[in-house]
Design a protein around this ligand. Structure first.
Ligand code: NDP
Length: 474
């Protein structure tokens, strides 16, 4: 018997993906550099479906039906290149290598171009949902050629999460498009998590609620428009008691957040594309600030406001809910702007509404909210920003007074809320009739003769600042 698809790299993600495929009735070849993992998988889960274990790359490749579908689930970076180099010489034109790791989209573009020369399809694929998603249905974001999707799509759609029968998997676009979209997904995830963290901090320090009480607030929010996986797990974490101390679990965790890099890539890429993603950037920086233990220790005695609590009266939790919802809309608007800019830059022709559709379930940012985004793009596929969608504009308009009050309260009490504040500044910047960028242009012209444009005439102009200050057109 031949395998329909193969998975090499059988750590948590690869193992669970292979089991998911087998459980769906697809015979799956399995391979791992260290063959103990392969044996363990078959011993523990062999009864879940048809596994074809292989000890060597040659055996593995020989056990695959043609055209071969080979999924690589190894550590991103150099290990992925090593595995590609090992397997590519064993493949034939028309075969497919699917990289399901968290690769940088630029690496995916490079690998795709090089394998295309050999006639092999390289399919950089974003997979979200963690360990659990890989087993029970992740959100899958495949890039690569349309031909490869024709051969792979049905299999991937079969094992993906579903919403009302619609798979959380679609062809994103050529070469690096899938990994690009997965990267932005993770950037949005950073932003969403930061906004939730700020909400918790305000409810605790401004409103004086205990973690278990805040868990209840989040549980209530999870029955409304904020319903999402991240809000759900937040309530679980806040309600959890530490066995050793008997106190709230959240109080015994060291307050230094770590990161693996996809949030940073999202911001670096946004800078290159010239897309303002302040919400994602502040989320990355917030983790960074938290990790600077020495800097924080040295600054601990800096003065704060005289009043440090009790500034939040009745209705504060509702105000925070509004601030969170409005800021979340901004975070997603910024992320989708980056997707559209990347798509234009690289000629990917990504359908943003389809991305919202496949993020509705399976992935970490899965939420009821994503169906609203899908609907917004359905109503206007070319909308320049989600903020102007009728539903979102109304929601933000309704939330904005509370949102402003929450930022004021945070500022007054000295509680950092960079996510809320930057989202609000972005909203007000987009709304503004005039921005002080006019003054910035004047300064640039003054010190560097960088020229400026006028509101009333076409062309570039320069004022002779060091001379008689007459204006010259260029
Ligand atoms: P790891 O990232 O921990 O990678 C371990 C696997 O990589 C093992 O199978 C290991 O083989 C193999 N490997 C490492 N170096 C080499 C090499 N030079 N040659 C061959 N094989 C090598 O595993 P995960 O399952 O956590 O993640 C796999 C991929 O999926 C990563 O790219 C990750 O970023 C991505 N991902 C992970 C998610 C998660 O929630 N963990 C979510 C979404 C994506 P060996 O057993 O021989 O050491």
């Amino acid at each position: 018997e031949q395998a329909r698809i193969g998975v090499t790299g059988l750590a948590v993600m690869g193992r669970n993906l292979a089991r998911n495929l087998a459980r769906h009735g697809h015979p799956v070849a399995v391979h791992n550099r260290t063959s103990a993992r392969t044996k363990a998988l078959v011993e523990e889960f062999g009864d879940e479906g048809t596994f074809l274990p292989a000890e060597t790359p040659e055996q593995f490749v020989a056990s695959l039906e043609r055209p071969r579908r080979l999924v690589v689930m190894v550590k991103a970076g150099a290990p992925t290149d090593a595995v590609i180099e090992e397997f590519a010489p064993l493949l034939e034109p028309g075969d497919m290598i699917v990289d399901g790791g968290n690769a940088h989209f630029a690496d995916t573009r490079r690998r795709e171009a090089s394998l295309r020369e050999r006639g092999v399809h390289f399919v950089g694929t974003g997979i979200s949902g963690g360990e659990e998603g890989a087993l029970n249905g992740p959100s899958i974001m495949p890039g690569g050629s349309p031909e490869s999707y024709a051969a792979l799509g049905p299999l991937l759609e079969d094992i993906s999460a579903k919403v009302d029968g619609t798979p959380c998997c679609t062809h994103v676009g050529p070469d690096g498009a899938g990994h690009f979209v997965k990267m932005v997904h993770n950037g949005i995830e950073y932003s969403d998590m930061q906004l939730i963290a700020e909400s918790y901090d305000l409810l605790r320090r401004a409103a004086g609620l205990a973690p278990a009480e805040i868990a209840e607030v989040f549980r209530t929010w999870n029955t409304g428009r904020l319903e999402s996986y991240l809000i759900e797990i937040t309530a679980e974490v806040l309600a959890h008691t530490d066995a050793a101390t008997g106190g709230p679990f959240v109080d015994v965790v060291l307050d230094q957040a770590e990161q693996k890099g996809t949030g940073r890539w999202t911001v670096q890429t946004a800078l290159d594309l010239g897309v303002p993603v302040g919400g994602i950037a502040e989320a990355v920086f917030a983790r960074s600030v938290s990790g600077h233990a020495d800097l924080r220790e040295a600054s601990r005695n800096l003065p704060g406001p005289a009043r440090t609590g009790g500034g939040a009266g009745a209705g504060f939790a509702d105000a925070v809910e509004k601030a969170l919802y409005a800021s979340k809309i901004v975070a997603y608007a910024q992320g989708f702007h980056e997707i559209q800019a990347g798509s234009a830059e690289y000629g990917w022709n990504i359908d943003p509404g389809a991305m919202a559709t496949i993020w509705r379930d399976g992935c970490i940012i899965r939420a009821r909210f994503l169906d609203r985004i899908r609907a917004a793009y359905e109503a206007d596929p070319h909308t320049p920003t989600l903020l102007t969608d009728a539903h979102f504009a109304e929601a933000v308009g309704d939330a904005q007074d509370a949102w402003r009050e929450v930022v004021v309260t945070a500022t007054r009490l000295g509680i950092p809320a960079p996510g809320f504040a930057t989202a609000l500044a972005y909203y007000d910047s987009l709304r503004a009739d005039r921005l002080p960028a006019a003054l910035t242009q004047g300064q640039r012209d003054f010190f560097g003769a960088h020229t400026y444009r006028r509101v009333d005439r076409d062309g570039s102009f320069h004022t002779l600042w060091g001379g008689d200050r007459t204006e010259v057109g260029t």
